[in-house]
Design a protein around this ligand. Sequence first.
Ligand SMILES: C[S@@+](CC[C@H](N)C(=O)[O-])C[C@H]1O[C@@H](n2cnc3c(N)ncnc32)[C@H](O)[C@@H]1O
Length: 322
Amino acid sequence: MTDLFSSTDRVKVSDTYTTHADAVFFEGNCMTLLADVPSKSVDLVITSPPYNLGKKYEKTASLQEYLKNQEPVIAELDRVLASTGSLCWQVGNYVHKGEVFPLDVYFYEIFKRLGLKLRNRIIWRFNHGLHASKRFSGRYEVILWFTKGDAYVFNLDPVRIPAKYPGKRYFKGPKRGQLSGNPLGKNPSDVWDIVRQDWEEEVWDIPNVKANHPEKTAHPCQFPVELVERCVLALTQPDGIVCDPYCGVGSTIIAALQHHRKAIAAEQDASYVAIARERIRQFTQGTLPLRPLGRPIHKPTGKERIAQMPLEWQKAAEADRS
Ligand SMILES: C[S@@+](CC[C@H](N)C(=O)[O-])C[C@H]1O[C@@H](n2cnc3c(N)ncnc32)[C@H](O)[C@@H]1O
């Protein structure tokens, strides 16, 4: 085993498969790594595969060819997945000559043929992206969450989000006076988007990683660590094993380590591997910039605008808000 870091660091990272490391981070084709991973040993596969869009790291192929190339990888992921395990496949659209092909629709068939069961088709809506001129601008992607069987891990409490009216109580009936919602918050639902919007304020649940995001690196399509965190916390137990075959700049490894899970990951591009290693090093030293799960984006509260209004308007606006 090759340790990436000195023995004083908190985590051990190996560049080849072993059960004795906190993270296995393999540089190369994921199929090579997966061949060494024992069957039914992984609790969660979470990944964002190449979308066949001609990014620096992918050769464009026809949609059929692209899907055919993914099938052996998916079959391997199914093999390594534990019988209580989950698989989260995060994809957007493949666009060819202006025509949109929703990748989750095509991938669904492949997973279904393997017997996996869809538990949620999560819509991840975000606030930044290209402005389209010949169709509406794309502002969401999809996470297909499958389980291998009917007995699977689902921990809702660690991923609850604040309720809109946390102190709301039953006002009649036998539960009168008791809290009507769960004091730990509400189920984040299968639409991950704006959690609150009033006046000019927009509070986004999980913003995508664009220029002003604290986690932004040179990778064009990294997903936010908090998106992986929500899946890791909900779908695995502590000490569980999380696998990302297309791990880019290491977002999945970081989310797994953050929550005391182990990671198994591959990335074939040396420049992303270097960035990922540096991010893991910074993580171990507590200096990696991260946007914590559940922290709203700071936006004006609306009160600032109210303060600039004529006094009478201010009173009406405050009454409206209360
Ligand atoms: C959509 S990106 C994933 C980014 C990642 N979620 C992150 O947060 O950084 C897909 C990644 O898969 C890598 N990749 C493509 N084919 C691969 C293969 N066969 N084995 C390993 N990595 C591969 C690409 O270099 C690219 O970084």
